[in-house]
Design a protein around this ligand. Structure first.
Ligand code: FAD
Length: 505
């Protein structure tokens, strides 16, 4: 039998995507004697900067850290990290509004029925309690408090999730140290040409400035928005989603630490987009994501500066993008991971998540040198479904606004939306069910947070709720709320917790 194992992988790009890919491959693909026993090299060029933003994550990152064996204290200390329990959205529904998406549910189901149905019944009976009062991370987050969940406790204290805010540059360095210590070879060099094989158009070699040739069986394109291999060499094509996600630029500038040390990302709607605030230990990340049809770069930068806490540390930097994805994330012997594969604005911090899932899927569906098209098609099918589900979730935030005070908001309110999203909205409005599809990154509590938060309220609740005596239900729900409030009040503030347990290195 011939040995078709992949012998050598080359990753192009040393941003978050490149070093995350290298770290995961180093963990799994360097097992001597296995089908995954490959040599791994990463090429990056100091002449071409990384995008340098990407500071907010979702809880799945903790799975990656566990798989890589990272010690949480060391990780947070060395990345100047902090905690993210969710996102608070300000002014999204109308100026002055607040709603949120925190990483927790609204309590355990009762009689097999999700808690938001019980909340809905009480609401219909006149109870004004906010649904977020049943979500521990939301309650703790708004008090600026945090402790990690306690697995040995029962109930709410054990059940919530959290993610991180960190310095993107330090994160890439952290991953790099891990990957290099496990045998990944780093080569400094600028790729100036890509040689394709005549017979099938597969990538044969990369040519670096100075003429060096670098060959491999498999290439991972982490070269950023330009897609050096997947697009410039392989002409894969791009599916453009800017009709649904019209924001196409961001201006970013970190500021000195100042203001509240919030255990959440703040997202504040602005005239032509929205502004993020991400507190780290040593500074605050700020940026304004906007649609260039409705505001100039200068005006966007001025808005950012006026609305940030503290003074900017560097001049605001403008980044350009087009929402969408490559027609194929994996084409021939090239997989595009990170910005080279596609991009959706960072409203729900999904880019690093997508890097993680793309690379995890590669490990699950690791090729050999036959590059079976059936397997590649399946990889692409799953990946594109995942992209589309996130796309729908982000569109929901825009479409379900009541704002009509600026052209962007008028556009997104009235634009036609994907059928898959329209179906989800219709089903939820009708009966409170969340019609999840396959490859959803965000599950029922996340969708409920945004539906309810943005005023999409079901007409009826699950009829099984009526089988519970209403007074008993009221008491039970009130006890839940009080339990949650007490747990949150007993937590230290995030600042106290971080300085005691995870101070910056
Ligand atoms: P890059 O960081 O652009 O790295 C590209 C690499 O390729 C560099 O090392 C460069 O040197 C190398 N390279 C390019 N050309 C060549 C060449 N010819 N030869 C050699 N090397 C080359 N994601 C989140 O999850 N959360 C967030 O909060 C978040 N916020 C964001 C905000 C904005 C405004 C933007 C634009 C993105 C945000 N993202 C966020 C996305 C996140 O920043 C990226 O997914 C992540 O940084 C990965 O980038 P990358 O590694 O694909 O590309």
């Amino acid at each position: 039998m011939s040995d078709n194992r992949i012998r050598r992988i080359v990753i192009v790009g040393g941003g978050t995507a490149g070093w995350m890919s290298a770290a995961v491959l180093a963990r799994f693909a360097r097992v001597p004697g296995s089908a995954l026993d490959t040599e791994i090299e990463l090429i990056e060029s100091e002449q071409i900067p990384t995008v340098g933003v990407g500071e907010a994550t979702v809880p799945t990152i903790r799975v990656l850290n566990a798989v890589l064996g990272f010690d949480e204290r060391d990780f947070i200390s060395k990345t100047q990290g902090a905690i993210k329990l969710g996102i608070e959205f300000r002014d999204w529904i109308h100026p002055g509004s607040r709603h949120s998406h925190f990483f927790g549910d609204f309590g355990a189901s009762i009689e097999g029925v999700s808690p938001h149905h019980h909340w809905l019944k009480l609401r219909q009976l006149g109870d004004p309690t906010s649904i977020y009062d049943y979500c521990l991370p939301a309650v703790a987050g708004r008090m600026l408090r945090f402790v990690p969940p306690a697995p040995d406790h029962a109930g709410e204290a054990s059940a919530y999730k959290y993610a991180y805010h960190f310095d993107a540059g330090l994160y890439a360095q952290y991953l790099r140290a891990f990957a290099q210590s496990r045998g990944v070879n780093r080569r400094e060099g600028k790729v100036v040409n890509v040689e394709l094989r005549g017979e099938d158009g597969f990538i044969k070699a990369l040519v670096l400035e100075g003429g060096q040739r670098v060959e491999a069986d498999f290439f991972i394109d982490c070269s950023g928005f330009r897609g050096l291999l997947i697009e410039e060499a392989l002409r894969t094509g791009y599916v453009d989603w800017s009709n649904w996600l019209p924001c196409d630029r961001a201006v970013a500038a970190p500021s000195q630490s100042g203001g509240d040390f919030t255990p959440y990302t703040a997202s504040t709607a602005q005239k032509a987009g929205w502004q993020w605030r991400i507190p780290l230990q040593h500074r605050v990340g700020n940026g304004y994501v906007y649609c260039s049809r409705y505001i100039s770069d200068d005006e966007a930068a001025a808005t950012l500066l006026v609305n940030m806490d503290g003074k900017p540390i560097i001049e605001p930097r403008v980044l350009r993008f087009v929402a969408g994805h490559r027609r194929k994330i994996w084409n021939r012997n090239c997989l595009a991971v990170g910005l080279s594969g596609g991009f959706m604005e960072p409203l729900e911090s999904t880019s690093i998540l997508l890097i993680q899932t793309c690379i995890a899927r590669l490990i699950e569906m690791f090729p050999d040198r036959t590059f079976d098209p059936a397997m590649i098609d399946e990889y692409n099918r799953i990946s594109l479904n995942e992209f589309e589900r996130i796309r729908d979730f982000i569109i929901l935030h825009y479409h379900a606004t009541q704002r009509d005070d600026a052209p962007l908001w008028q556009y997104v309110r009235n634009m036609p939306i994907p059928e898959t999203l329209q179906h989800k909205i219709d089903v939820f409005r009708s009966c409170g069910r969340v019609a999840l599809l396959s490859e959803e990154s965000f599950l029922e509590p996340s969708w409920v947070s945004i539906f309810v938060g943005q005023g999409i309220i079901p007409r009826r609740y699950d009829p099984i709720v009526d089988a519970i005596d209403v007074e008993k239900l009221r008491r039970g729900m009130q006890q839940r709320r009080e339990r949650i409030r007490k747990i949150a009040e007993a937590m230290p503030t995030l600042r106290e917790f971080v300085s005691r347990h995870w101070p910056a290195a």
